[in-house]
Design a protein around this ligand. Structure first.
Ligand SMILES: Nc1ncnc2c1ncn2[C@@H]1O[C@H](COP(=O)(O)OP(=O)(O)OP(=O)(O)O)[C@@H](O)[C@H]1O
Length: 881
């Protein structure tokens, strides 16, 4: 930045001082009704926002580049810049320009970063916007560290959580947690290990922000936590968490203190600590493959318009608080039977009591986002509208209590016992706020008549002022004899007397001319001036007083954030339970039995998402039995398109739904608790990271084999597909054997495969069972029955499916021929029991006889002439063909 004539004004000097402290951010500098940007900020912002770039003093030698946006539309522009990966420092005028002596004081009141957003326009209500901090413990060896501390906060709700990961699975667990949280911004120490910062190790699409590593210092963290939390919470924290989690938490708090200048973060009162053993640790692959919260971006879905996910299908919540909680449940199925049972009891009760459910849901519909409103209160960002909305929501609370009073299930009884109508808070709001309030607390028109005597008196003065003006107008008309004389007001001149041209001769000499128009002239008198001062004085005082009363109300409510947060949490819970009961009723779900046995039994199970599609012939239900004895590993064969993948996913989704505490799409289900669901299905995002399909497939399988336990559920779909037939089959075969027999494994497994040779495993190993998806062959075509039956398939019907897909007839006929030849080659089952197949053994279509002859030729025992003659002979024969 160079200093020259144009930028040496006091305003620009002030700008430069402020910008110095926010070099990395685009500085929105408030000047009048605009936020202006200068220099590089202006160049960049004008390009990103597509707005005109001008300059501050065009005539100087070195004009300052400038662009600006109207202050009232700033949020939309800020959103665009955030999207482009920038941060924005918002610099406001912090004193009234009218009363300022000299240059108005300006300060950065807020730094907008992706992880610190609370505005409704910037964070969609049903999404979370976590800011996370990650620290790897100081590793003794330079290898990848094995202890991680992760803290995350959603500033808009005050939801603050901690976790530490240690041991062999630490990195994996960390990745799982990051894919659940999907943080928008991640703080890491500036000296962080480069390997740790690999995008594939961390959350994608999130801003990584290196901060001074002293922010992660344990002593600093403890003191930051000490300031933030009550002693009891702090004690709980230090007991439960290793120092890594605390250090990450400390870094978040110090970052927030630097970026959020206003408000005191008092809504961050409690910490959720994720303890291993409470929730099922889902890994990113499973979350993605089972499309729990986000659809896979596959072409097939684009075509059919299927953008459903498990979450979208079971989401019948009516509040955004409920929506967020349900998402959390879906991503954290429980491992505790007592919790699952409590939820199921409540869902069952609300399913059976239609009237209660309907009443609860219709009352909840009147609820706004109490949790986020509370967040804005604590951050001192609540507007009069926010408080008005909060008031309306609190007004609904008493109606919910008697509805809960009708319930008998533990969870609902507990909610009833803890229910807080918050009548005092409602009355506090209702006592002050007018029914219609403005957006800004500085605009007046907030406080009810009768709330404060001074407000009433000032309003009286303003009302009287209007009367005085009318009287003055009457008096002036009589005095001048001009009947059309009017007292008027505009923003620029304030009050004035307007006289039309024909009457100008009658204007008295004490009228002071202010403005001449085509048809009239505008005047001021000493009396009018005095009246104006009284009226505007009252107006300014009134607005200031209303703003002060509003701030005091915010202050009183902010002292109650913990209560308001609990109210939000209770509302979310009722909403989720009633929503799950509603889904169960709508889609005919039944209550699963969840126990700590080892059997998974599903009678007439359905895929919750696929069954919602408009399928010709409807969805065909299927049974499943998995246990640790006779049905430990099911080999599922059947043609392409028959429904193998759907079946595999259906079993996993039913298990997850049950452990979420939801009813399930089946006619009867028993679930022996599953500690983890592993999936190796479909393509993977890692392809983009440059790994081959087969490599990804194998490394994901290796991961499963390393981490699954005897309580896990494993889904393997077409393992070995990515390599040559024999390699693939051998791998698939031995992987199945390993899962079945490895002492630490024996996990319940569904194994879908194209290799029908694998069905021979059933007779060879205990616990392995064959199932196939039934098809009917009619007139050379296949009819998919979508029914899973016992026994293995002996054919693939791939060519039939290719026909359905419209491949040219010539290809289909030739494929039949090749298939026939391959089948003639046959593979013996003896070989498969002891698989040592090699590429050379493969039965291929018979090679051309000339090629066979050439293969036989021993070139080294031939003279060059002999070789030449043989070659000529072969060529002649070829020419004759
Ligand atoms: N039980 C069912 N009832 C009705 N339709 C079903 C059922 N299962 C699957 N389908 C339909 O069949 C289609 C194909 O199913 P799916 O993808 O599971 O087959 P697949 O055997 O895994 O095929 P591929 O081996 O080619 O991957 C699904 O998109 C769905 O429309």
């Amino acid at each position: 930045m160079t200093t020259n004539d144009a930028d040496s004004t006091p305003l620009m000097r002030q700008y430069r001082e402020i910008k110095e402290a926010y070099r990395d951010a685009i500085l929105f500098f408030r000047v009048g009704d605009f936020y202006e940007m200068f220099y590089q900020d202006a160049e960049e912002a004008s390009r990103l926002l597509n707005i005109a770039l001008t300059s501050r003093d065009k005539h100087s030698a070195n004009p300052v580049p400038l662009c600006g946006v109207p202050y009232h539309a700033a949020t939309a522009y800020i959103a665009k810049l955030l999207k482009a990966g920038r941060t924005i420092a918002l610099c406001d005028q912090v004193e009234d320009p009218k009363s300022a002596k000299g240059l108005v004081r300006r300060e950065v009141v807020r730094l907008y970063t992706p992880g610190t957003l609370v505005d409704a326009e910037l964070v969609p209500p049903d999404e979370t916007a976590y800011l996370a901090a990650l620290i790897a413990s100081d590793a003794a060896a330079p290898a990848l560290p094995s202890t991680f501390g992760l803290a995350a906060i959603d500033l808009s709700t005050g939801d603050f959580r901690l976790s530490s990961f240690e041991g062999e699975q630490a990195l994996l667990q960390l990745q799982g947690e990051l894919s659940r949280l999907e943080p928008r911004e991640l703080l890491v120490p500036d000296a962080a290990d480069g390997a740790l910062l690999e995008p594939s190790n961390l959350a994608r699409g999130c801003r990584i922000c290196a901060v001074g590593h002293e922010a992660f210092d344990l002593a600093a963290a403890e003191s930051a936590l000490h300031k933030q939390f009550p002693a009891s919470e702090l004690e709980r924290l230090t007991k439960l968490d290793s120092s890594a989690g605390l250090r990450a938490a400390g870094a978040i708090l110090s970052y927030l203190r630097n970026t959020q200048r206003h408000g005191d973060l008092r809504h961050i009162r409690a910490v959720i600590i994720h303890q291993h053993g409470d929730d099922m640790p889902l890994d990113p692959m499973t979350i993605r493959n089972l499309e729990l919260v986000r659809p896979l971006a596959s072409d097939r879905q684009e075509e059919t318009g299927n953008r459903h996910t498990l979450l979208s299908v079971i989401d019948r919540t009516v509040t955004v608080m409920g929506k967020r909680l349900l998402r959390e449940w879906v991503l954290r199925p429980s491992l505790r039977i007592d919790r699952i049972t409590e939820r199921l009891d409540a869902v069952q009760e609300l399913l059976q009591h239609l009237e209660t459910r309907v009443d609860l849901r219709s009352a909840l519909r009147g609820m706004q986002d109490v949790t986020r409103l509370t967040g804005r209160l604590a951050l001192a960002r609540a507007t009069p509208r926010d408080l008005s909305v909060l008031k309306q929501s609190l007004a609904v609370l008493p109606a919910l209590r008697p509805l809960l009073g009708r319930c008998r299930s533990t969870l609902l009884v507990r909610l009833y016992a803890e229910w807080d109508d918050a009548a005092d808070l409602h009355d506090l709001l209702d006592g002050l706020l007018l029914p219609e309030v403005p957006l800004s607390s500085r605009d007046g028109g907030i406080v009810k008549d009768g709330y404060d005597p001074t407000v009433d008196a000032l309003r009286g003065a303003m009302r009287d002022g209007k009367q005085w003006l009318l009287e003055l107008e009457g008096r002036e008309r009589t005095r001048t004899g001009i009947d059309s004389l009017k007292v008027r007001y505009n923003q620029v001149f304030g009050y004035y007397i307007e006289v039309t041209k024909p009457n100008l001769s009658r204007v008295p000499p004490d009228y002071i001319r202010k403005q001449t128009l085509v048809n009239a002239e505008r005047f001021m008198t000493a009396e009018l001036k005095e009246l104006e001062e009284r009226i505007t004085g009252a107006d300014v005082k009134l607005k200031a007083l209303e703003a002060e009363l509003f701030d005091r109300l915010v202050e009183r409510l902010a002292a109650q954030v913990a209560r308001l947060q609990s109210i939000g949490a209770r509302l979310a819970l009722v909403d989720v339970l009633a929503g799950l009961a509603e889904v169960a009723a709508l889609h005919r779900y039944v209550r699963p039995e969840v126990d700590d046995g080892e059997t998974i039994e599903i009678i007439e199970g359905r895929h919750p998402v696929v069954e919602r599609l408009d399928l010709e012939g409807g969805f065909i239900p299927n049974d499943t039995r998995l246990d640790r004895e006779t049905h430990r590993l099911l080999i599922i064969t059947g043609p392409n398109m028959a429904g193998k993948s759907t079946y595999l996913r259906q079993v996993a989704l039913i298990v997850l739904l049950a452990q979420i505490g939801s009813f399930v799409p089946a006619s009867r289900t028993r679930i022996g608790l599953v500690d983890r669901v592993f999936t190796r299905v479909g393509a993977s995002d890692n392809l983009a990271a440059g790994q081959s399909t087969f490599m990804v497939e194998m490394s994901e399988t290796a991961h499963i084999l390393r981490h699954a336990t005897s309580r896990s559920l494993i889904l393997l779909d077409e393992i070995g597909r990515g390599t040559s037939t024999y390699d693939g089959l051998s791998l698939a075969w031995s992987i199945a054997e390993y899962i079945q027999s490895a002492p630490h494994l024996g996990a319940r497994t569904l194994f879908a495969t194209h290799y029908h040779e694998m069905t021979q495993l059933e007779g060879l190993r205990p616990g392995i069972r064959n199932y196939r998806v039934a098809v009917q062959e009619r007139d050379g075509d296949v009819l998919f029955l979508r029914k899973i039956v016992e026994g293995g398939a002996d054919r693939s019907y791939g060519i039939h499916v290719a026909k359905l897909a419209g491949l040219p007839a010539a290809i289909l006929t030739r494929a039949q021929e090749v298939l026939h030849q391959l089948e003639q080659g046959g593979q013996s089952s003896d070989r498969l029991q002891n698989p040592e197949p090699s590429e050379r053994d493969r039965s291929l279509p018979a090679p051309h006889p000339i090629l066979s002859e050439m293969k036989q030729m021993d070139l080294f025992s031939m003279t060059p002439l002999e070789a030449m003659n043989r070659l000529a002979d072969l060529k002649r024969r070829l020419d004759q063909e």
